[in-house]
Design a protein around this ligand. Structure first.
Ligand code: HEC
Length: 170
């Protein structure tokens, strides 16, 4: 089944799973117009270099962030928010593209009046302030999250958020 020409995707995945080197898979791919095996096997996950480039657009503190710690701290946020492109609203709105997005503008979500009127465009500083204490920013917010006390955790979390809500190259 390894290089059956009518099932290029399965062939590519099979080759990756078997850990075979490139020669055979390149032939199989070019003879069937299949995507390269690496594309088939790794959907949207940005590389470390792409993550670094994303963080380079943020203030200096975020560029030295600990993304593993950010991911761990973001777990709670993810109980209410999806981050993938086109992901559904849950208790909170989807956060894809949140950097540079106007507050309260996801069409799939019914925001509080305070969020609708907030009027800012989300950037690292606004996000940092927001997760420090949402109710101090918008008194009547629907986000029933009390806030993150540790400043380094906030930096790490927002840096991680940047890497999972941004298309590589942006
Ligand atoms: C208990 C559920 C819940 C948790 C936990 C939560 N949020 Fe939210 N979040 C919401 C809700 C609900 C809103 C909408 C707020 C409103 O309309 O006032 C929101 C709004 C937001 C917004 C504004 C989105 C927009 O479209 O303008 C951001 C950014 C955000 N949350 C980030 C986070 C981050 C980061 C965390 C973790 C530190 C987090 N949230 C934790 C429920 C949650």
């Amino acid at each position: 089944m390894r290089v059956h020409p009518s099932v290029p995707l399965i062939a590519a995945l099979g080759l990756v799973a078997c850990g075979k080197p490139a020669a055979q898979s390149d032939q199989a791919a070019s003879s069937t117009n299949a995507p390269a095996p690496t594309e088939a096997a790794t959907p949207a996950a940005p590389t470390d270099a792409q993550k670094k480039a994303m963080l380079a657009t943020l203030p200096a503190a975020y560029q030295a962030a600990d993304l593993d710690n950010g991911q761990a701290k973001f777990a709670l946020c993810q109980s209410c928010h999806t981050v993938v492109q086109g992901g559904p609203a849950m208790t909170g709105p989807n956060l894809w593209g949140i950097f540079g997005r106007k507050a309260g503008s996801s069409p799939d979500f019914s925001y509080s009046d305070g969020m609708k009127a907030y009027g800012i465009v989300w950037d690292a500083d606004h996000l940092e302030k927001w997760i420090t204490n949402p109710r101090a920013v918008i008194a009547g917010t629907k986000m029933t999250y009390l806030g993150m006390e540790n400043a380094k955790d906030r930096i790490d979390t927002i840096a991680y958020l940047k890497t999972v809500t941004t298309a590589p190259g942006n």
